[in-house]
Design a protein. Sequence first.
Length: 248
Amino acid sequence: MKLLKLSAAALVLTAGAAIADGDHDHGITSPVDSARVADFDIVAAEVEISGRFATFRMSSAGTAGGTTLEATGNGAPGAGIWAYVWPTTLDPSAVGFGEETGLLALAATNHPDFDDTPLFDENIDGDTGNDGGHWHSHWVVLTPNEECGPGALAVKDVAEGETPVMPATWPGVPFYLDSPGFTPVFDGAEITINVVLANSDISALEGINYDGVTTALRVDTDFHAPYVCVTDVFDVASGDLSLPGKID
């Protein structure tokens, strides 16, 4: 698998300001790269608003969601995570986190060694604790964390003694992750997540910038901060993580 290393600092800097040349009426397009695993080779990413729905869409050169991790049976510590991610410039408070806590991203993730959606039974077997190997959605807040490696990003940790502001569907983990229950829908090369928000929050999406990323993350082996690091980036829709997509 061809991997791409990117600067976390550059990502946070571009996410923190309006991007003058970032208007794309039909999202972001990306050329096919035969050196990448086709299922994670992004060819298009877009976010559209219709009424109270925001549709996050990504297309791959292969079968979206077709490549997943093998379970190790070791549980969460050290477990790998593969994800389709839409980084945005939307303030995390729009989905229930504290204000200005980091870079808000919507993600569809798959990790067969643990479950982090305790409110939902994705495989409909009566057990809400065994569904991590099914693709599911998260809001995450990302911040730079040098302990994950030079220029690396991590899911923001809850600091010791902190009383964090979290969405109602936060699964109680010690980092900034929400499990809202939006179901990723796969159709051949395409993955779609329909997000339902309050009217005021949908309005907040207008004019927001975004990008599309396929990536790998890993839970810390001893499950202590930093808890979840971004370890590899498979592809970036814009090529440079400049977040050029703009929600009209």
